[in-house]
Design a protein around this ligand. Structure first.
Ligand code: G3P
Length: 236
């Protein structure tokens, strides 16, 4: 399973590259706000910096429009910035209108897409159909991602519903032998989320640095290390 870091922080990305835990990075407008980057030009500078730092690993960058024509034009612009940029597009707009037509068009042009804000199994399999359709084009590249927002689903319906959305989507992809479409477990909130959702069959999981750091810590490991170090001192 690939691990992506859900952040726009250079320091955090460097830390997890050094630990061999970073297979890619995901961002969205909120991660830039969290990193204190509010100016449009600065956002672009940071995207270029991250893309270079993690190359050839993928960097997901989200479009900032809900309008299909603007989405297509922004996606084309982003992919000119660096070869490893994956364009994030929400599955629907805020009024529930489908954005799958823009997504299909972009896949056919050879742009790699991370379809984001996916909250249900139905959204996931319909998105997978669109991506699979686009992948039939000679120009299409892969893999594309479907970001299932497990944490947000769990907030509304509980962790079991989130787990099932991931697992059932994976079963569907495998059943119909859809290649080039990967499930990205997203919206992860805690080490408990990492432990539970990573067993559901996602191809990748994106984890915020705080949850990733906590996932490595155990009070009993700390206690054990302290005992070993103390006993080693006694014998010297
Ligand atoms: O990939 C982005 C996603 O993980 C963000 O989720 O719920 O924290 O906005 P959320």
């Amino acid at each position: 399973m690939k691990i992506f870091i859900d952040t726009a922080s250079i320091e955090e990305i460097k830390k997890y590259l050094a630990e061999g835990l970073c297979d890619g990075v995901t961002t969205n407008p909120t991660t830039f706000v969290k990193a204190g980057i509010l100016d449009k030009e600065k956002v672009k500078e940071r995207i270029l910096e991250i893309a270079k730092l993690i190359d050839p690993r993928p960097l997901s960058v989200e479009v900032t429009s809900e309008n299909p024509e603007e989405i297509i034009s922004q996606a084309r612009e982003f992919t000119n910035w660096a070869l490893n940029i994956v364009v994030k597009v929400t599955v629907i707009d805020r009024n529930g209108n489908s954005l799958l037509s823009a997504i299909n068009q972009l896949v056919k042009e050879g742009i790699i897409i991370n379809v984001t804000s996916v909250m249900t199994y139905n959204q996931a399999i319909l998105t997978a159909k669109t991506l699979a359709n686009g992948l039939q084009s000679a120009n299409a590249k892969k893999p594309h991602f479907i970001s299932i927002f497990a944490g947000r689903i769990a907030e509304e319906h509980g962790v079991q519903v989130a787990f099932n959305a991931i697992k059932n989507t994976r079963d569907w992809l495998d059943c119909y032998q859809i290649n080039g479409v990967e499930i990205l477990i997203a919206s992860v909130r805690s080490p408990e989320n990492v432990e539970y959702f990573s067993r559901a069959g996602g191809h990748a999981i994106t984890i915020p640095p705080e949850a990733l750091a906590k996932s490595l810590v155990s009070a009993k490991s700390k206690e054990g290390v302290a005992i070993f170090i103390e006993d080693a001192r006694k014998s010297s």
